[in-house]
Design a protein. Structure first.
Length: 270
């Protein structure tokens, strides 16, 4: 529709009298903010041209909202304080110090504006963390069972190295170190696969829609037009460390069993 003519219908109503005004425009481009409610309901027009047609007698620019995009890594609290100071100076110098405009104009971040949605998403994330925590507990139990079976099957070998003078703590550390290696290697592989899936999650979701006809991500429900695909490496490293520690914890009881193994009881019939 680039270059097509569209008509903006506006007007006023007073009692039974309705005045309508038609303003023709041409579509110059399509812009996406990434926020569903804005992309669905808003169109962008040159404010000078719109004011000239709607309010030809107005001498100063007219606007009831100003959206400011901050640079990356900008502290929002500091930015809001600076904007408040700039706005008050502007009202004082250009708008005759109107106290209503000066002190009652709301200046807030998009996070504050969408606080209800963000609170709901944070609750969903909390539920997901609880679910993953339960799954992780199952993994710890699985590691425990596997290492316990290894200890039971390798009792003869453990007894031999114990009879050669190896200390109990050293025997226990063998299994704990084994669990740490499993945790480190598994967490690295998991983080790598998670990074690949996260970066390409929108393409994966699109292929699922094409092949199975299943739309997993609905912009009208989740607010954003695309699935966020940025990896928070601080959280990822935290979970990798937790996975490694969990694998080590799963080996503690088997390691203790291996450490208290008595060579005499195992090798007396050999």
């Amino acid at each position: 529709m680039i270059g097509e003519q569209v008509v903006l219908t506006t007007g006023t109503a007073s009692g039974s009298e309705i005045k309508r005004r038609l303003l023709p425009f041409s579509i110059a481009d399509v812009v996406e903010t990434g926020v569903y409610q804005f992309d669905k309901a808003y169109m962008y027009l040159p404010i000078e041209e719109l004011q000239r047609r709607l309010y030809p007698d107005a001498k100063s620019p007219l606007a009831d909202q100003i959206h400011i995009k901050l640079a990356e890594n900008t502290d929002t609290k500091t930015a809001v304080a600076v904007i408040e100071g700039v706005w008050r100076n502007f009202v004082e110098d250009e708008l005759d110090g109107d106290p209503i405009l000066k002190y009652r104009t709301a200046i807030m971040t998009s996070r504050e504006l969408q606080s209800q949605f963000i609170a709901a998403y944070q609750k969903q994330m909390g539920i997901l963390l609880v679910i993953f925590g339960v799954v992780s507990l199952g993994v710890v139990l699985l590691v425990f069972c596997i290492f316990y079976m290894i200890v039971r099957l390798k009792q003869k070998d453990i007894a031999i190295i114990r009879s050669c003078g190896m200390a109990r703590t050293s025997v226990a550390l063998v299994f704990v170190d084994f669990g740490l290696c499993v945790g480190v290697i598994g967490s690295i592989i998991g983080a790598f696969l998670g990074w690949i899936i996260t970066v390409n999650v929108n393409a994966i979701e699109e292929w699922i829609r094409i092949i199975f006809g299943l739309k997993l991500w609905k912009s009208s429900v989740y607010l954003f037009s695309r699935i966020p695909n940025e990896v928070n490496w601080s959280w990822a490293l935290l979970f990798m460390a937790a996975a490694t520690v969990a694998a080590a914890i799963g080996t503690l009881i088997p390691a203790a069993v291996a450490a208290i193994t008595k060579p005499v009881n195992i090798l007396q019939y050999e």
